[in-house]
Design a protein around this ligand. Structure first.
Ligand code: ALA
Length: 907
């Protein structure tokens, strides 16, 4: 092994240089969360960004590539999450070093170069290296890869007894349930140890592939030859390719002479930071060591995904990120006793360690910290709520007399609140209970199979579609690329003669018909811009009225697919058609798209350079722009932004596009979106030199074409992410007019003019306040006068003071006030008092002292009154209230009350 210590940056560079010297093109890492590929949660191998090349739907202008790819494996076929932290060589986030041949070299060169790099350049001891080759599979009808075994034996000086054969599980690589695949050859290293025998590698129990930390896989060379279809069968790929992947953290550990990946310079700065934050030391105990590894690993995964534009949420990849943050936070709480947010303080160590190779991490450190911190804070609250739910659950179980917690409920707590099995068991043990492990396992299995299907490599169009499409295109002798408005950005005529290839044949009036044209004026959905709509009509009228309403346009590799409803017979392969884009809609989209670029620039200008795009929607109706910013944008800032955009519109600069090299464009400061995958040659959109952005969409010719620009809303969609919605052109005018109509209507109602509206409303508010004040004072005075009347009216009825009175000017509230005061007039009292609330008649009855002793009950009296007045009434013997419905029966009610309180038989 090489003696002088090489840093991670140097080793990464050596790998890339080795293959660049062998005519490989260096291709930057694709985003770790492929935002444009909803079928793949995270990039899980270096080859993901080349899958279209393997399937034959895309091409590159090079046939050899090398890169170091950011990968995350947390779901689907390749899922290492449960292992992470427990051992020293599994990760959710890792870097994969890879070299590729696209129909260029094959096994011979791949194997020889792998050997040369490992044993020549890096001087790994040959006697410690073991290789595996595919031993064949009866079910798939595949023979053993004797070629690979022979090449190892002939083209390298490896000890022949170190060439082992394994089956499909170990030596046949597949990206997902479907997709490109092929036999592979893996290189493993024996890291030895006390008393170990160098021959152990061949021992199936303790050697290669036995799953221990002594023999670890370093490098996998896949020979891509097949496509696995939905039905499980294998079909040969159009060409043979090489796809390799070397775990960077593992090879680094070997080259830096470390037993654990976590002891390399990729991790040590992170551990130092966690030590500072927790006051614990790495290496002090197994329990806290696991926590260190989990935290370091998860913060790396989360930081890299956030930097590429993902955000925590309740579904899909966002949910995975949320769970990683929660898992790390929980390990921090349980094993390191840090119960406040701290992961966000580990983030800068990650961005420093990885920022050299992946600058986007360094550039977005503030945004990452903000989002992680907000998640940690909300998790604290969730955890507290989870504890309450756990108690409730336990209570329910206790009530049923059981002492075993049902596994399904416990698993739900885990899935929703991050309560892991060991924590649940611990809490149960404290109560002397246990967990129903059987049903826990069942729930876990159900959950896992749900997440497995998430990871399935699905395509919007099936493999069969793709294969049929490819062969039709080849038969027709077309270039496998549709000529589109991308190639003719200045094209102004949207009527194009063309030929068709149909993707669906079938009965008339087909919904969901998908059609490919040799040339298309339609823009497919992309970069936030919605797909075009329009019509495709057959020219040959003899065939009758046939045509398609295009409801959406999508991109599939280099093909543009028109989706809609076909009326009449579906056309054959070479009909002449006229394709017409809905031009008015397109015009609105263009205005909104160019305005989106101006808005992006204006946001940076007014709010600061940290603003970066998180997503956008560019439709005919409006535009939406999501961006990172820590707090609400004030209304003054919004006005500044809006004015700035409008100034650029008035300046009316031409909107120019150029095709440039990506690297050159980046060097001159052209804005690229984080997480977006770009080819080597990119389209740069330049608006008067003020806004420079990479973009493939449709735009106006001059900024002035946008017309007025108005912002209609600004709000948070997530911690650290704001959303602005805005309108342009006719939409903006309609908005302004509608607001003006509202304003005029309001002014008319107030008999004022729009300019005076604010002053008028202020005056009205002041008036209202005054009236309310008077009313309150007035009602106090009224209650006072009424009280005097009660006092004067009281007459003695055999030792009880009493009165029955009507107050048509008092409302219910005043009546209650009056009742409260009147009850103080005597200990021995009988009263019935009536008031008004519109048509209704609130009333109350009081019986106290001697009145009660004589058997009078206020509740009963109120009941009798209610019978007269309609409505209801009742209460306690001493005090009752009611509300009558018939003001016209008050006189009758007064009589009844008089009779009930003071009549014969009364007191
Ligand atoms: N694609 C192969 C892997 O991920 C190289 O192992």
């Amino acid at each position: 092994m090489i003696s002088n210590y090489l840093t991670s940056a140097e080793i990464r560079r050596q790998f890339i240089d080795f293959f660049v010297e062998r005519e490989h093109r260096f291709v930057p890492s694709a985003p770790v969360c492929p935002l444009d590929d909803p079928t793949l949660l995270f990039t899980n191998a270096g080859m993901n960004q080349f899958k279209d090349v393997f399937l034959g739907t895309g091409r590159r202008d090079y046939t050899r590539a090398v890169n170091s790819q950011k990968c995350i494996r947390v779901s689907g076929k390749h899922n290492d999450l449960e292992e992470v932290g427990l051992d020293t060589y599994h990760h959710t986030f890792f870097e994969m070093l890879g070299n590729w041949s696209f129909g260029d070299y094959f096994k011979e060169e791949a194997i020889a170069w792998a050997w040369e790099l490992l044993t020549g350049v890096w001087q790994l001891p040959k006697e410690r290296l073991w290789v595996t080759v595919f031993g064949g599979d009866a079910k798939d009808g595949l023979p053993a890869d004797d070629d690979a075994a022979r090449i190892w034996a002939e083209a390298t000086d490896i000890d022949r007894t170190h060439i082992l054969r394994f089956g499909r599980k170990d030596n046949f690589w597949e990206m997902g349930e479907t997709g490109p695949c092929g036999p592979c050859t893996e290189i493993h290293i024996d890291r030895g140890g006390a008393g170990s025998d160098p021959k152990d590698g061949a021992d199936r129990k303790i050697g290669v592939n036995a799953g221990n930390e002594r023999f670890i896989e370093l490098w996998n060379n896949v020979f891509m030859q097949f496509n696995r279809k939905d039905d499980g069968s294998l079909v040969p790929l159009p060409a043979k390719h090489v796809d390799t992947g070397m775990g960077f953290e593992r090879v680094l550990a070997v080259l830096q002479g470390k037993r654990s990946n976590y002891d390399t310079d990729l991790f040590t700065p992170l551990f130092r930071r966690i030590e500072e934050l927790s006051g614990k030391k790495y290496g002090e105990g197994e329990r806290s060591d696991v926590a260190f590894r989990v935290i370091a690993d998860h913060v790396r995964a989360v930081s890299s995904a956030l930097a590429d534009g993902a955000l925590p949420s309740n579904e899909g990849r966002g949910y995975v990120l949320r769970r990683l943050i929660r898992r790390a936070s929980r390990f921090g709480r349980q094993s390191l006793e840090v119960d406040h947010p701290f992961l966000f303080e580990v983030v800068p160590s990650v961005t420093e360690a990885l920022g050299g190779a992946y600058p986007e991490l360094r550039q977005r450190v503030d945004h990452l910290q903000l989002v992680v911190r907000a998640e940690e804070e909300s998790f604290g609250t969730t955890l507290d709520r989870g504890l309450v739910l756990f108690d409730q659950l336990a209570q329910r179980v206790a009530n049923s007399g059981a002492r075993v917690l049902p596994g399904k409920d416990a698993y739900d707590l885990y899935a929703t609140y991050g309560f892991p099995q060991d924590l649940v068991e611990l809490m149960l043990r404290e109560r002397g209970w246990s967990l129903d492990l059987e049903s826990w396992k069942q729930a876990e299995e159900t959950h896992k199979s749900a997440s497995r299907s998430e990871g399935k490599f699905k395509q919007a169009f099936s493999d069969r579609d793709l294969a049929a499409l490819r062969s039709d295109v080849e038969k027709a002798g077309w270039e496998p690329r549709t000529i589109s408005t991308y190639d003719k950005p200045d094209e102004r005529s949207w009527r194009v003669k063309t030929q068709t290839i149909r993707l669906d044949a079938g009965p008339t009036d087909r919904r969901g018909c998908r059609l490919l044209l040799k040339e298309s004026p339609f823009y497919p959905e992309g970069g936030g811009q919605v797909g075009d709509t329009g019509t495709i009509e057959v020219i040959d009228q003899a065939l009758g009225a046939m045509g398609m309403r295009v409801e959406d346009t999508q991109r599939l590799g280099d093909f543009i697919i028109h989706i809609g409803t076909w009326h009449g017979d579906v056309p054959g392969q070479s009909e002449e058609v006229i394709a017409t884009v809905d031009l008015d809609r397109r015009e609105r989209i263009r205005k909104n798209h160019t305005a989106t670029h101006l808005l992006h620039r204006a946001l940076k200008e007014v709010l600061g350079a940290h603003v970066s795009q998180q997503g956008s929607y560019v439709g005919p109706d409006r535009l939406r722009f999501d961006f990172s910013h820590p707090q609400a944008v004030t209304s003054e800032e919004l006005e500044q932004i809006e004015s700035l955009v409008n100034e650029r519109v008035f300046a009316n600069a031409p909107v120019k596009t150029t095709i440039e090299d990506l690297e050159a464009a980046k060097k001159r400061g052209v804005v690229a979106m984080f997480g977006e995958k770009y080819g080597e040659r990119v389209r740069v959109l330049d608006i008067g030199g003020w806004s420079l952005e990479l973009c493939g969409g449709t735009h106006v010719a001059f900024a002035g074409d946008i017309g007025p620009f108005v912002i209609v809303s600004e709000r948070a969609i997530q911690a650290g992410v704001r959303r602005i919605e805005a309108l342009t052109g006719p939409g903006a005018v309609e908005h302004i007019q509608s607001q003006r109509r509202t304003l005029s209507a309001a002014a008319r109602l107030l008999k004022s003019s729009p300019d005076e509206l604010v002053a008028r409303i202020e005056a009205l508010q002041a008036q209202l306040k005054e009236v309310k004040k008077k009313e309150a004072a007035g009602s106090k005075a009224d209650v006072g006068a009424a009280f005097e009347r009660v006092k004067k009216s009281l007459a003695s009825h055999a030792g009880v003071l009493g009165a029955v009175l009507d107050f048509p000017d008092l409302d219910g509230t005043a009546l209650r006030d009056l009742g409260d005061r009147a009850r103080t007039l005597s200990n021995d009292l009988a009263l019935a008092l009536f008031a008004r609330a519109g048509e209704r008649v609130p009333f109350l009855v009081v019986c106290q002292g001697a009145a009660l002793e004589r058997g009078l009950k206020a509740g009963e009296v109120a009941g009798r009154i209610a019978q007269v007045l309609g409505g209801g009434g009742g209460g306690k013997p001493a005090l009752a209230q009611g509300q009558g419905l018939r003001a016209d029966a008050v006189d009758e009610a007064l009589r009844v009350a008089e009779q009930a309180l003071f009549g014969p038989g009364g007191p």
